[in-house]
Design a protein around this ligand. Structure first.
Ligand SMILES: [Zn+2]
Length: 118
C-alpha cells in the first residue's frame, strides 16, 4: 500500500536522513537524474566519439573499451577520471554523479546525438 507524501513530510524525512549521514531527498533526486542521463548516454559511446562524461575533456580513446570503466555507472570515462575514482574509493569520499560534466550541463552533447539518431 502506498500513499502520497506531503511536502512537509518529505522535508522532515529528508532532514532526518541527512542528520544520520545519508543523502537528503533533494540530493537523492539530483543523483537519480544524473544516473538516468548517464544511462541514456552510455549506448551512444559506442557509436560516436565523445568527451569524457565525467570531466568533459576531449581525451577519450575513440574505441570506448580502451578507456576506463567507471566504478559508479556502466559507462566509460577517461583514464584520469578512472584513477580519481579509485582514489575516491581509497579515501572513502565519493564525488556525486550530479557533479559530472554530463549532469551539470543541460546542453551536453547528448541532445545533438539523440536528434541525429531519429
Ligand atoms: Zn575524465
Amino acid at each position: 500500500m502506498s500513499r502520497d507524501w506531503t511536502k512537509e513530510e518529505i522535508q522532515a524525512a529528508s532532514e532526518a536522513m541527512q542528520s544520520m549521514g545519508h543523502m537528503s531527498y533533494e540530493t537523492f533526486c539530483k543523483e537519480l537524474d544524473a544516473s538516468h542521463k548517464i544511462q541514456r548516454f552510455a549506448p551512444l559511446q559506442r557509436k560516436y566519439h565523445w568527451p569524457c562524461p565525467r570531466c568533459g575533456r576531449w581525451v577519450m580513446n575513440s574505441d570506448p573499451a580502451r578507456n576506463a570503466l567507471s566504478r559508479r555507472a556502466e559507462i566509460y570515462i577517461c583514464d584520469q577520471c578512472g584513477t580519481e575514482e579509485a582514489l575516491e574509493d581509497f579515501i572513502g569520499k565519493i564525488r556525486p554523479l550530479a557533479s559530472w560534466d554530463i549532469a551539470k550541463q543541460e546542453d551536453w552533447p547528448l541532445g545533438a546525438a539523440e536528434a541525429e539518431d531519429e
